[in-house]
Every structure is written in C-alpha cells, then in structure tokens.
Design a protein around this ligand. Structure first.
Ligand code: NAP
Ligand code: ZN
Length: 336
C-alpha cells in the first residue's frame, strides 16, 4: 500500500505535525498528482482553527495545489499523465444537477472541498477527480499559479458575474492574498481601482499592483470622505467592518461583494440599501469554466501571485507569519 507524506493539524488551532496517510482508492475519474507547490489561503487557517465547525482531525490543509499527474483512473485520458495541473478549493460535484448543468457547478449541493473531510495539498501527493484539475498555461510559473486556483478565481468570479468593465470603479478591502489578486484583475480590466487597507505600508505595493487610489482605513474619517464613488467593492477581509461606511462609498446600484468571511453577522439598516438601490452579495470561489477563463486571462495579462516561498517542512513558520499579517502577499509551500 502506498503512503503519502504531509503535515496535519491534530486538533483545532494546533501546530501542524508530520503525518503519513494511505491514499483513498483511485476512482475511475481520479488522478494522482505529485505536488510541487501549494499556496496557503486564509481559509486553511479557518479550517485549522475549526472556525466554520466543519473540520475533522487529523486535518491536512491545502487547496491551492500545483503538481504533476502521475497516475490515472480507468476513465481518464492517458494524455493527462505527466501534465502540470492545478487544483483549487473544489474537488468534486455531482455534475448532473441543474446548477452543474448550467455552468454553476461550484454551487452544486454535493460540491466536495479539497481539504474538508479529506486530505489536502500540504502533502507529497493528492488524489482528486480529474475534472477538477486544470492544465496550467505555460506562461504561469507554478508558484505564481498555485494561489490563482482559489484566491485568484474567488475575486475574478464576481468581476465576471457582475459584468465589471473598464468604465467601472472597483474598491478592494484588504490587501492580502485575495486582495492583491483583486487589484490586479480589476486593473487589467481597465477599471479605476481603490485599495482600502488597514496597513499604510502597503500603499506602494498596492499602487504597483494597479491601484489608482489608496485609502488608509486605520482612520475611519478617511473612509467617510469617499462617498458614492465605487460601482463594486470586494471585501476580502475576515473581520467585522464598518459596513454602512462601505455602502456609502458605493454609487447608486453599487454592489458590496462579500468574499472574506466575517466572524459575526453583518447588520445594517434597511434604508442603507433602499436609498441608492444597493446590494450586498456573497461570492464563492468560481465554477470550472470560470477557473479555466481566469487562468487564460491571468496568463495573457500577467496576473499572478506575489509570493513568499517556504519549504513544506517550514509550514508552521509560514502559518505563523500569515496569522501575524506579515505575508506579502501569498505564502506558497514548495514540496519535494
Ligand atoms: P489574507 O491573505 O490573510 O488577507 C486578508 C487581509 O484582510 C489582510 O491582509 C488585511 O489587509 C485585511 N485584514 C486583516 N484583518 C483586518 C481587520 N481587522 N480589519 C480590516 N482588514 C483586515 O487572507 P486571504 O487568503 O486573502 O483570505 C481572506 C478571506 O477570504 C478569508 O476569510 C478566507 O477564508 C476568505 N476566502 C473566501 C473564499 C470564497 O470563496 N468566498 C475563497 C477564499 C478565501 P490590509 O493589511 O490591507 O488591511
Ligand atoms: Zn482558499
């Protein structure tokens, strides 16, 4: 029997420890991937800490995976062997329900996550459904591409869904992993981009990534000055924010898109939405077709992760740095 090697949390909030596990059987549509890189998304920290009450331990996190296909199930094309692929948050869906049939497979009720109830990418190998593994464009280096598989598509998807174009003004709250992609994608679409950040030291980087404006939110007065100006604001922060002030920064019919997961309820007076016909909408990762489109767009427009790289053996150092808000802008584990 084969053994895969990885790092697992044994209890909520615990440090990751070396861990060996037997792979699940290789299903007809499955592939085995020898992992070379895995990004660390803040969702991995939410899972390690059991913030969402769905973690089981031992837990091998990791859902921004890049590697090479080494084995295939009976129904997988031989041509996939040896190919470099990426795998994101989602690793399966029923592929027959109305959501799956209409290109919204990421919203399938039977969606399976790469590292929930199964072991993820902080490991030597992974077995996943080949239909959730994406061949990467040659132009994207593996470390630059890995974080696109979750962080990248999560902010690309609402720009596509809500038809954001060059005439629009997009705000991005939180310049971390997701936020630094949101600035790049909105800028590449030609939009005016405003970065909202608690960290003044990120202004130079935000502008280099494509932000037109930088608003320091450590002083709430700065936020109040910006009224009725953004068509869309994407919130990537995992914190509770002054939501009314951000709604005030939207133009009429503007949308506040929630992708970061706040720890408490979002509470706002109804009139904040009614006057100006504004909306608060959620957005979850992206469908298979959106991931494929996003990868092509990223390769063509040179959108990629700004990374800090760590060997897999230093995963706890990388996690501590992310928890401390020190990563610029995505930690990527190098495996092997
Ligand atoms: P990250 O790299 O840690 O970045 C989060 C950023 O939020 C920080 O860099 C910081 O930016 C800002 N922030 C942190 N604390 C804050 C506070 N108290 N007030 C205001 N801003 C604060 O995290 P990430 O990987 O981008 O993930 C962000 C969130 O998105 C997580 O909750 C994650 O679970 C979620 N997520 C959701 C989806 C989805 O499908 N919806 C997919 C992936 C991830 P500044 O220093 O610029 O303020
Ligand atoms: Zn993620």
């Amino acid at each position: 029997m084969k053994v895969f090697k990885g790092y697992a949390a044994k209890a909520a909030g615990g440090a990751l420890e070396e861990f060996e596990f037997e792979p699940t059987p290789l299903g007809a549509f499955d592939i085995e991937v020898e992992i070379t890189h895995c990004g660390i998304c803040h969702s991995d920290i939410h899972l390690i800490d059991n913030d969402w009450k769905l973690s089981t331990y031992p837990l091998v996190p990791g859902h921004e995976v890049v590697g090479v296909v080494t084995e295939k199930g009976a129904s997988v094309d031989r041509a996939l062997l040896g190919k470099r692929v990426g795998i994101g948050w989602q690793s399966g869906a029923c592929l027959t329900c109305s959501e799956c049939s209409s290109g919204l497979d990421h919203l399938c009720a039977q969606s399976r996550a790469t590292c929930v109830g199964r072991h993820g990418g902080f490991a030597s190998h992974i077995r996943v459904d080949s239909r959730y593994a994406f061949i990467l464009p040659d132009a994207l280096a593996s470390d630059v591409a890995a974080p696109l598989l979750c962080g990248g598509v999560t902010v690309y998807s609402p720009l596509k869904t809500h038809n954001i174009r060059a005439a629009h003004h997009v705000g991005v709250i939180g310049i971390g992993g997701l936020g630094h992609f949101a600035i790049q994608f909105a800028s590449a679409l030609g939009c005016e981009v405003t970065a909202f950040s608690t960290t003044n030291a990120k202004e130079k980087d935000a502008r280099e990534l494509g932000a037109t404006n930088f608003v320091s939110t450590s002083d709430p007065k700065n936020l109040r000055q910006l009224r009725s100006s953004c068509d869309m604001i994407i919130s990537t922060a995992y914190a509770d924010l002054p939501w009314e002030s951000y709604l005030a920064a939207l133009r009429p019919r503007g949308k506040l898109v929630i992708v970061g997961v706040p720890s408490t309820e979002i509470s706002i007076p109804g009139f904040t939405l009614i006057s100006g016909e504004k909306s608060i909408v959620g957005s979850a990762i992206g469908s298979r077709s959106t991931i494929t489109e996003m990868l092509t767009f990223a390769a063509r427009k040179e959108v990629g992760a700004v990374t800090e790289r760590f060997p897999l053996s230093q995963v706890n150092t990388a996690l501590a740095s992310l928890r401390a808000g020190k990563i610029r802008y995505r930690a990527v584990l190098e495996v092997g």
